[in-house]
Design a protein around this ligand. Structure first.
Ligand SMILES: Cc1cc2nc3c(=O)[nH]c(=O)nc-3n(C[C@H](O)[C@H](O)[C@H](O)COP(=O)(O)OP(=O)(O)OC[C@H]3O[C@@H](n4cnc5c(N)ncnc54)[C@H](O)[C@@H]3O)c2cc1C
Length: 424
């Protein structure tokens, strides 16, 4: 069925030949092959943005997505904040793509009627010992070219936000919020209108090199769900492409390790940090109009206030390092996304540092997301990693690793970069 689905993508595509695989009962079976122009693995916001950009350049694109629709991974489990680009080291990919991505995102959302709002953000120091860190953020933001940053005295910020408690605040007018689902829906629609095919319920289970090129092993997702791990997985189709973009999010490094012939020493170690959100029970008027962020903590930006476009307030995400996730679990995306209600006990004191009037029992469990990190607890943050032939020696393969925050903001800039740098 899968073979027919992929074969039916475009009549012009041709079967090339077949490769033999030995099945679990020792029988050799031929696996059909298909050839396409570009393959994107993963229909999260980054993969979708990449597919759209390739399609707008006139390329035929196939997106292979494990889930039954787009955007069910980290892309629907985040704060939906359009970041200004304050936090990241100067000239890092995060700083460059965040600034460019923000610009592209605001323009795209305005032109395509994607709900968004440039509501601005206050990063707050709640005690004087935090003021030097706030000053450092202002310097870094200015170095990164973030427009309009302004240091406010506590009383000025508290005039803007009467429920806020702080001694000083950094105002970032460029920050905003976006309806991520509407954004992805719009990008998918545009990509589809330009010869992109999305194959849902379909997984890349590995690959091998032939000559210099990578051949992807494709299977139906249900084969992975039923996999007992005692036998190797076998593909139903082999897909050959001139350009393959591995945008599999949390699974990207584990998937790259399944590409036979790719030098595994170039694949960075993976770390994962869960972030939970708690939602403020309905209030007649939301207590804040701006995004409110504390000083960043190890592994995250601190339990902050995010508003959605309906005025619903949520707090989060916290940082919980996940230990012992092996390659198979991350390849199969076997992560726990439940929100343990008990974690709320840590939220109240954190939030009350800047929102002292937060009422008891006003927080309800929301949702959780998992950060695809390349550094662990107590280690310095690592930049996005985008690897092409220059790094791993395989022409036409681009691996995206560690696309954590600000990946949503950066998505269209990452897409622009991949097309400019790797499309031949
Ligand atoms: C808690 C949290 C808060 C965040 N807040 C923000 C924010 O406010 N602003 C911001 O800019 N960024 C934020 N981010 C970061 C942002 O959400 C991510 O950078 C972005 O969503 C990553 O998108 P992606 O497409 O790379 O990955 P994903 O959305 O995870 O998509 C990867 C896709 O690949 C698919 N896939 C995996 N393996 C396979 C396979 N073998 N075959 C086929 N398909 C496969 C998955 O099913 C998935 O759909 C946050 C992240 C987290 C965790």
């Amino acid at each position: 069925m899968l073979r027919h689905a992929i074969r039916g993508l475009r009549n012009s595509r041709r079967w090339i030949s077949s490769k033999n695989f030995t099945s679990r009962v020792g029988v050799e079976r031929a696996v059909a092959r298909e050839s396409v122009d570009c393959v994107v693995i993963g229909a999260g916001v980054v993969g979708i943005a990449v597919a759209r950009e390739l399609a707008l350049k006139g390329r035929e694109v196939v997106v292979i997505e494990f889930a039954s629709t787009f955007g069910t991974g980290t892309s629907s489990r985040n704060s939906e904040v359009i970041h200004a680009g304050i936090y990241y080291p100067r000239n890092s990919l995060k700083a460059i793509f965040c600034a460019r991505g923000r610009e592209l995102l605001y323009k795209y959302c305005s032109e395509h009627e994607v709900p968004h709002k440039q509501i601005g953000k206050l990063i707050v120091a709640t005690r004087s010992s935090e003021v030097p860190k706030l000053n450092d953020l202002m310097i870094r933001g200015n170095e990164n070219g973030v427009d309009g940053l302004r240091m406010l005295e506590g009383f000025e910020a508290m005039e803007m936000e009467p429920e806020l408690q702080c001694v000083r605040a950094l105002l970032s007018p460029a920050s905003g919020i976006v309806d991520t689902h509407s954004l992805m829906l719009s990008l998918v629609g545009e990509a589809e209108n330009h010869r992109t095919t999305f194959c849902y319920n379909t997984a890349v289970i590995g690959g091998h090199l032939e000559g210099d090129h990578i051949c992807l092993h494709i299977s139906e997702s249900k084969d992975l769900e039923n996999w007992d791990r005692r036998f190797p997985l076998h593909p139903e189709v082999i897909l050959m492409a001139k350009l393959v973009v591995n945008s599999a999010g949390l699974s990207a490094p584990a998937l790259a390790k399944r590409f036979d012939g790719l030098n595994s020493t170039v694949i960075p170690a993976s770390h994962y940090a869960r972030g939970c959100y708690f939602v403020l029970s309905k209030m007649k008027t939301p207590p804040f109009k701006h995004l409110i962020y504390p000083i960043p903590e190890d592994g995250g930006l601190g339990v902050h206030v995010t508003l959605d476009l309906d005025g619903q307030i949520k707090f989060g995400p916290d940082v919980e390092w996940i230990n012992g996730a092996d390659d198979i679990s991350s390849f199969l995306n076997k992560f726990d996304y439940s929100v343990c209600a008990k974690r709320v006990e840590r939220f109240y004191p954190e939030i009350r540092k800047y929102y002292p009037n937060l009422k008891d029992d006003s927080l309800e469990p929301g949702y959780a997301g998992i950060r695809p990190k390349l550094s662990g607890a107590q280690q310095s943050a690592v930049d996005f990693v985008i690897q092409g032939e220059d790094i791993h020696g395989v022409p036409g393969l681009v691996n995206l690793f560690g696309i954590e925050s600000p990946g949503l903001t950066s998505s269209m800039a990452i897409a622009e970069h991949i097309v400019a740098r790797y499309l031949r």
